[in-house]
Design a protein around this ligand. Sequence first.
Ligand code: KG4
Ligand code: ZN
Length: 344
Amino acid sequence: MIKNKSIYILGIESSCDDTSAAIICNGKILSNVVANQEIHAQYGGVVPELASRAHQQNIVPVIQQAIQQANIDKKDLNAIAFTRGPGLMGSLLVGTSFAKSLSLGLNIPLIAVNHMQGHILAHFIEDENQHKPPFPFLCLTISGGHTQIVKISDYFTMEVLGETLDDAVGEAYDKSAKILGLPYPGGPLVDKYAKLGNPKAFKFTKPKVDGLNFSFSGLKTAILYFIQKKVKENTNFIEENLNDICASIQYTIVEILFDKIKLAVKQSEINHVAIAGGVSANSEIRRVLKSYEAKFGWTTYIPKFEYTTDNAGMIAIAGYLMYLDNNFSNDTITATARLKVNEK
Ligand code: KG4
Ligand code: ZN
């Protein structure tokens, strides 16, 4: 019955500092509007209270724009999917409350989405230029809050094989950028300057962490001490060497990530490998993963840029898959700052 019908779902994402709304129809994205919050750049990181206030200002126009761009009426919607967690509580509450009220007002079901599942399930958005991973596959989920290797056996059967013991890889990028005097979020800037530099110019030691877990806090401290020492010797050290410093930091981060994902493929004997999350926008991570197809015979899955950093398209696809699974929430559902990838 569902197969012959057009199912329209509104996705709402407000877990951190981007307010986003998307409309999906039978797995195909019709609109995906993201309002970035510029306010945080001057503070060098996300200020939670400012983030929730900005979400309150953005949420209505962003949703209106998503509905308009999709060329539908809100009465056409079959369900509302929203990010329940993990994320910043104040930010999550804005999306959660709005989704609940709209579902009550329109009398349509509510679907609570796990943000981390959303990042991974973005690989199932219908798109003629993207191929979908078969089950089981591995996903390296890398964002501002997470660094995980996840085994996905079915849409909602996910197992964490390894994860960071301290900082997330996105934090490593952003904190390194901050040390270099670059604005938040620094990840894309480190990526940009790294392209022009020599990755072997400076050497940073890789952490020794057993198994499939990661650690990034030692690298951040090593970079801090290295820069402090060099700036003492030459106050222009950063400006004179920015490209080489960024390339060397990026080289180390990429090595750390790929050492572990190679081990995960070896241990699990699964060579279908995806990346997801904001850091999967990184050009070097995308290039290296792709090169492993020829080098190791892996099949790799690299998301489109618009589905890497936080966006509601990924929440909408997760919502659509949950809709097909009759996986609805009632209006007593609450936002939660902490949620594991295998939790609902
Ligand atoms: O998934 P996301 O939008 O938000 C979270 O759920 O955390 O990820 C944001 C993170 C930030 O740390 C940002 O610096 C990083 O993704 N990022 C990048 C790049 N684009 C975004 N890091 C490295 N290279 C990039 N090109
Ligand atoms: Zn995210």
